[in-house]
Design a protein around this ligand. Structure first.
Ligand SMILES: NC(=O)c1ccc[n+]([C@@H]2O[C@H](COP(=O)([O-])OP(=O)(O)OC[C@H]3O[C@@H](n4cnc5c(N)ncnc54)[C@H](O)[C@@H]3O)[C@@H](O)[C@H]2O)c1
Length: 265
């Protein structure tokens, strides 16, 4: 049995969006578990020690996707795991959304994952093994006001991940997607700065709270690890049970509806 802190010993990983939030948490957890890591971001990345290399890059360009892989191979020799995390959006209602804002969001969330996977898989095919984890969103399944470009791009990430799984399986490469619910990061800061908005979210989430980035990093590492050696083409919801909460809460009506109080807890 491999100790948790050695699961990625001798492995090399690349992470996009590594300067903040979920990407940073994934990079830190990889380092904790023994990996060597190359992270990229459009913003400067804080140093994370001798086993980490941070580079500047724009995930919407093919040159950045190539540079991330070239850096990892040059510095550490291989790319065993890849995490496509960088994302964001310019929201707007469909009737108002500028074409340029649609393109911004879809390029950042969806094209970036295509470009990333293209160059990650080329390297992994040469090695005959690898694992890719793409960060989609619960919004791949659940629409939101003013979120058309984001939800469409995230739905695209989910299916693109499955297409990668299909195309790469024979080369020993696995591709899986994570669909996070609400996570406390810079991306969602405006919700956390507004107590009423946060309360509206918490009411909707059966676990009654948002996730911390580390709670997305842990399942992301699982999917990239040998513990998930037969998990391929899967989507993992990490949402505090949000997705199962669509039915109206009938608890206030349980008397008239004819069912009794819970007997336990
Ligand atoms: N926070 C949430 O509630 C949540 C929920 C579901 C999915 N997600 C997804 O998780 C991923 C990470 O988001 P986060 O919440 O950690 O946000 P974040 O803003 O904390 O981190 C995103 C990082 O991506 C980087 N980035 C943005 N555009 C880039 C570009 N063009 N090139 C390179 N880097 C770029 C940013 O600089 C930032 O460091 C995103 O894909 C997001 O859509 C987040």
């Amino acid at each position: 049995m491999i100790a948790l802190n050695e699961r990625f010993a001798g492995k090399v990983a690349v992470v996009t969006g590594a300067a903040s939030g979920i990407g940073q948490a994934i990079a830190k957890r990889l380092l904790m578990e023994g990996a060597k890591v190359v992270g990229s971001d459009q913003n400067p990345i804080a140093g994370l020690g001798e086993h980490f290399v941070g580079i500047k890059g724009d995930v919407t360009t093919e040159a950045s996707a190539e540079e991330l892989i070239a850096t990892a191979v040059d510095r550490f020799g291989t790319v065993d795991a890849a995490f496509n995390v960088a994302g964001g959006s310019r929201p707007g209602y469909i009737v108002d959304l500028a074409e340029s804002d649609w393109d911004f969001t879809v390029d950042l969330c969806l094209k970036s994952v295509f470009l990333g996977m293209k160059h990650q898989a080329r390297q992994m095919m040469r090695q005959g093994a690898g694992a890719i984890v793409n960060i989609a969103s619960l919004n791949a399944r659940v629409p939101m006001h003013a979120g058309s470009a984001y939800v469409a791009a995230k739905a695209g990430v989910e299916l693109l991940s499955r297409n990668g799984a299909l195309e790469f399986a024979e080369f020993g490469i696995r591709v899986n997607a994570i669909l996070p619910g609400l996570v406390q990061t810079n991306l969602t800061r405006r919700h956390f700065d507004n107590p009423d908005a946060l309360a509206a979210f918490e009411q909707r989430i059966p676990m009654g709270r948002p996730a911390q980035p580390e709670e997305i990093a842990a399942p992301a590492l699982y999917l990239a690890s040998d513990d998930a050696s037969y998990v391929n083409g899967a989507s993992l919801l990490v949402d505090g049970a949000w997705a199962v909460s669509g039915y109206p809460d009938m608890r206030p009506f349980r008397g008239p509806m004819g069912w009794n109080q819970r007997t336990q807890a």
